[in-house]
Ligand binder design. Sequence first.
Ligand code: SAM
Length: 287
Amino acid sequence: MPQVTSPSYVARIMKEKGIGAKKGLGQNFLVDRNIVQRILDHAAVDGESWVLEIGPGMGALTWPLAERGAQVVALEIDSELAAILRETLPHPKITIVEGDALSLDWEGALKDAGWEGQPLALVANLPYYITSPLIMKALECGLPFTAIVVMVQKEVAERMLADPGSKDFGVLSLAVQYYAQGSLVLKVPRTVFFPPPSVDSAVVKLEPRPPQVSAPRSQLFAVIRAAFQQRRKTLRNALKPLLAEWGLEMEQLDRALARCGLDPRVRGERLSLAEYSQLTEELLKGV
Ligand code: SAM
């Protein structure tokens, strides 16, 4: 059985294959068995599960997932690593798909591996340089994820789970709240990676659920994006370009703010998801 979470295994394979960790692809390999097991526990993976994994690397999560009986489809951008994985992890439940997880068709890759629409989990130790777009894709793609369990940079975890008024609160926090129930499940020190990154990490669990607010999604996020595009401005000023786009006058925004009980000098970072939803619905009445 390959000791995928052992530092000496990772070092040996890299030496044998003559490869190094590619910093530009966020290659910091997890070499701690205990943390791997805890990630799998939080994803509630068992013999019935289907799992989509992003960035399998040397297989630290991939092999233990398959050993628990899960059917794993793992997307890896690095062709050298994809070839190594196919050779070192010969498991009937593992499918390695080579390509960029941001542009790959996830549903197509799953179906090619035999997936027929069952609930599934997304499990990943994400490469830091694509964390936000990848999480947005996971939330928006419409696949029936029961859980999205991802290791991310500690600061990104803080942004994902921030509440209104905090300096970390932004579009990512609101998107997480819109699509899912999010929680911090584990703090992870940099020492459990090879090579160690320059930041600490955290594991976040997102449990997708139907939206808790009623404003139409695309207009709601147009308002949210406009509000945070110019974070330092008051909401009233930040929304000016969007008003023009929607053919609305400033007075209509002022009336909408008043009906929502919002101070015209409020900044976007103070509003909750429910307040954004109400404001969007009030604005749409004038469109
Ligand atoms: N899962 C392994 C682990 O925990 O040790 C590796 C995690 S490492 C932080 C990130 C992995 O994602 C690397 O294997 C890297 O090559 C891969 N990767 C980077 N960008 C990617 C992308 N756009 N699509 C798919 N995989 C990517």
